[in-house]
Ligand binder design. Structure first.
Ligand SMILES: Nc1ncnc2c1ncn2[C@@H]1O[C@H](COP(=O)(O)OP(=O)(O)O)[C@@H](O)[C@H]1O
Ligand SMILES: [Mg+2]
Length: 575
C-alpha cells in the first residue's frame, strides 16, 4: 500500500514523530501517579507532580491532534494521487485493454477502493507505529517497577495476540469477498442503466429487479460478516481485561501485603494493563481496515501495472502528415481478438489501396469490416502480417502521429456533454470556427446546427441525448473531417443517416478532402456504388474485390447483396 504512494516521506515522518511523542507523554502519566501515591506524605512533591500530570495531559492532547491532522492530510493526498494516477492509466489503455475491463469495476476502483485506502492510510498513520510503541514501553515500565508481575502482562499480550490475530485473519477474507460482491452490484447497475430503455421496451423490469435484488442481497450478507467478526472483539477485550484484573488481585495482593510491591506500582500496573489491552483492541479494529485497504490497493495495482497492449516502439519515427500520400497495403494479415483463442477474426487479408482512392467495404454483420479498418490506426495490432502506409509499417509510426494522419468516424457515434463546436473540434482543438463549420457543412450537419438557437454553441447533453442518431453520426463525421487527415475511415457512420443525406455527404467529400484516401464501411450497397473499389468480406476473408461493374458479373455474394437491397433496379441502370 505504501508502495503506491511514494515521495511524501517528510509529512509521514512528522506525523509519526508526533504520534510517538503523544504516546510517550500518555504513558508517563501513570508513572507520575505512582510517584504521588508512593510518596503521599510529601504534599509539596505531590502538588508538583500533579501539575506535571496536567501539563502532560495537555501536551498529549496537542500531539495527538497534530498527528491526526497530518494523518488526514496525507490520506487525502494519497486518495487524490491514486485517483489521478488510475484515471491517466485508463486513458493510456488501448482498445484491447478496454475490452477486458468492465467499466463498473473501474468505477468501484476509483470510488470505493480509493476510499478504503484513504481510511487505511489515515488509521495506519494514527496507530500502526503508535500502538506497538505504547505496548513495548508499557511492558518495559512495568518490568522496572514491578518485575514480579510482568508475567501477567505477557499472558495478557499472548491472549490478545491470539484472539485478535485470529479475528483479523477471518476478517481479511471477509473483506475480500465483500469487495467482490460490491463489484457485482456495480457492474449490474452499470449495465442496467445503460440498457434501461431496452428493459422497458421488453418489459423485463421484474426480471431485472429480481436479478439486482439477489446480487444486492449477496452484497448485504458479505457486508455483515466482517461486522459480526468485529462484534466479537470488544467482548473479547473486556474478557481479557477481567482476566488480567483477577490475576493481578490474586497474585498482586500478597506482594503488596508483604511490601515487595508498592501500592502505587500496583495502581500503575492496572493502568498499563489497560493501555496495552486498549491498544491491542484498537489494533484489531484498525487492522481489518488496513487489510481492506491493502486488498483495495492490490486491486488498484492491477490497473496501475497494466501495460497498454499497444505502445510506440523505440524505433518509431513520426511521419510528416502533409507528405503522406495515403497508400495502404495489407500484407498477409491475420488477426484474432483473443491471442490465446482459436479462431481468427480476419484471415489472410491482402489488399492494396492506392493514394486518393475510395474503397468501400461490404459484408454481413460480423464479417470483420470494422475489425479490418480498426487495424489501420492501430486500435489493435495485427496477429501476423503487416499493414503499411506509404510503405511504412504502422507499428513504426508513433500512435499520436498516426492518428493525426488517419481519422476515423467510429461505428458508434459518441458525443460528449458540452457544446457542438467542442465536439467537432475534439480531435484538433486549434481548428478555427470556420474550419469546424466547413467540416460540418460537408457532413451535412451545418443545416440542423444552425437551426439551433445557439448554433455551434448549442448544448450537447450527456451522451448527446438531445440529438438523433443520424445527427450524432453527422457531428461525429464532422469531427473526423476537421482533422483533415490523409486517410479517412468512415465505419458505417452513415447507417442512421437517410440515403439522400448520405448521398450529399459522399458527393461533397472528394472536394473537401481531395487526394485523401477514403475507406468507407457500408451496410448499404448504395453507399458503396461510387467507390473506386469495393471489397466484399465474408467471415473474415476477402471474397471479392472490384468495381461495381466487375463484381455484379463476377461475385455471387455481391449479386445477392445487391439484389436484396436494390433488386428493383437493373444493374445497367447504375452508372
Ligand atoms: N472487441 C471485440 N472483442 C472480441 N471480438 C470482437 C470484438 N469486436 C468484434 N468482435 C468479433 O469479430 C467479428 C467481426 O466483427 P466486426 O469487425 O465488428 O464485424 P462487422 O463490422 O463486419 O459487422 C465478430 O464475430 C465479432 O463478434
Ligand atoms: Mg462494424
Amino acid at each position: 500500500m505504501m508502495l503506491i504512494y511514494r515521495g511524501h516521506w517528510r509529512p509521514i515522518a512528522i506525523s509519526q514523530v508526533f504520534a510517538l511523542l503523544y504516546v510517550a507523554f500518555m504513558i508517563f502519566i501513570p508513572m507520575q501517579v505512582m510517584i504521588i501515591i508512593n510518596n503521599y506524605q510529601d504534599m509539596n512533591a505531590a502538588i508538583q507532580n500533579a501539575i506535571l500530570i496536567g501539563i502532560f495531559a495537555v501536551l498529549t492532547g496537542i500531539f495527538c491532534m497534530v498527528n491526526t491532522v497530518y494523518a488526514v492530510r496525507i490520506a487525502e493526498a494519497t486518495g487524490n494521487y491514486i485517483r489521478n494516477g488510475i484515471f491517466s492509466r485508463v486513458q493510456s489503455f488501448s482498445f484491447g485493454n478496454l475490452d477486458r475491463s468492465a467499466t463498473g469495476e473501474l468505477l468501484t476502483r476509483l470510488t470505493s477502493d480509493v476510499y478504503q485506502i484513504n481510511i487505511g492510510v489515515q488509521l495506519a498513520l494514527r496507530s500502526l507505529l503508535m500502538a506497538p510503541f505504547a505496548i513495548i514501553v508499557s511492558l518495559i515500565l512495568v518490568g522496572i517497577t514491578s518485575p514480579q508481575l510482568l508475567w501477567i502482562l505477557v499472558v495478557v499480550l499472548l491472549l490478545s495476540a491470539l484472539t485478535f490475530g485470529y479475528a483479523m485473519n477471518v476478517m481479511q477474507k471477509q473483506f475480500r469477498t465483500r469487495q467482490e460482491k460490491y463489484d457485482l452490484v456495480n457492474n449490474d447497475l452499470q449495465e442496467n442503466m445503460a440498457g434501461i430503455r431496452v428493459v422497458k421496451a421488453f418489459v423485463r423490469q421484474d426480471y431485472e429487479n429480481k436479478k439486482y435484488r439477489s446480487i444486492n442481497d449477496g452484497f448485504r450478507k458479505a457486508n455483515v460478516e466482517p461486522l459480526h467478526t468485529n462484534a466479537f472483539t470488544l467482548p473479547a477485550a473486556l474478557f481479557i481485561m477481567g482476566l488480567a484484573t483477577t490475576l493481578l488481585v490474586i497474585f498482586g495482593s500478597p506482594l503488596v501485603a508483604a511490601g515487595t510491591v508498592k501500592i502505587g506500582a500496583m495502581l500503575a500496573f492496572f493502568q498499563y494493563t489497560f493501555i496495552i489491552i486498549a491498544q491491542m483492541w484498537q489494533l484489531s479494529m484498525l487492522m481489518p481496515q488496513i487489510v481492506s485497504a491493502e486488498a483495495s490497493a492490490g486491486r488498484l495495482k492491477e490497473i496501475w501495472d497494466t501495460v497498454p497492449d499497444i505502445q510506440d516502439s523505440k524505433t518509431a519515427r513520426p511521419v510528416v502528415p502533409e507528405n503522406v500520400e495515403g497508400k495502404i497495403v495489407f500484407e498477409n494479415v491475420n488477426f484474432r481478438y483473443d491471442p490465446k483463442g482459436e479462431t481468427d477474426t480476419l484471415k489472410n487479408i491482402n489488399l492494396t489501396i492506392e493514394p486518393g482512392q475510395t474503397v468501400a467495404f461490404l459484408g454481413a454483420n460480423g464479417s470483420g469490416k470494422s475489425t479490418l479498418v480498426s487495424l489501420i490506426p492501430r486500435f489493435y495490432d495485427v496477429t501476423t502480417g503487416r499493414i503499411l502506409i506509404d510503405g511504412v509499417n504502422v507499428k513504426d509510426i508513433p500512435q499520436e502521429n498516426l492518428r493525426n494522419t488517419v481519422a476515423i468516424a467510429l461505428q458508434k457515434a459518441f458525443l460528449f456533454s458540452g457544446t457542438i463546436i467542442e465536439n467537432i473540434r475534439f480531435g484538433r482543438t486549434e481548428s478555427t470556427y470556420d474550419e469546424a463549420k466547413a467540416a460540418a457543412q460537408v457532413a451535412d450537419a451545418d443545416s440542423f446546427v444552425t437551426a439551433q438557437q445557439d448554433q455551434y454553441d448549442a448544448r450537447v447533453s450527456r451522451k448527446g441525448q438531445n440529438f438523433s442518431g443520424g445527427q450524432q453520426q453527422r457531428i461525429s463525421m464532422a469531427r473526423a473531417f476537421t482533422i483533415r487527415p490523409k486517410i479517412l475511415i468512415l465505419d458505417d457512420s452513415t447507417s442512421a443517416v437517410d440515403i439522400e443525406t448520405e448521398g450529399r455527404i459522399l458527393d461533397a467529400l472528394p472536394k473537401f478532402l481531395s487526394g485523401v484516401t477514403r475507406l468507407i464501411v457500408a451496410s448499404r450497397v448504395s453507399t458503396a456504388l461510387a467507390a473506386d473499389k469495393i471489397v466484399v468480406l465474408e467471415k473474415g476473408e476477402i471474397v471479392a474485390i472490384g468495381t461495381h461493374k466487375e463484381l455484379i458479373k463476377g461475385s455471387q455474394l455481391y449479386q445477392d447483396i445487391f439484389d436484396s437491397q436494390l433488386g428493383g433496379l437493373k444493374p445497367e441502370d447504375i452508372s
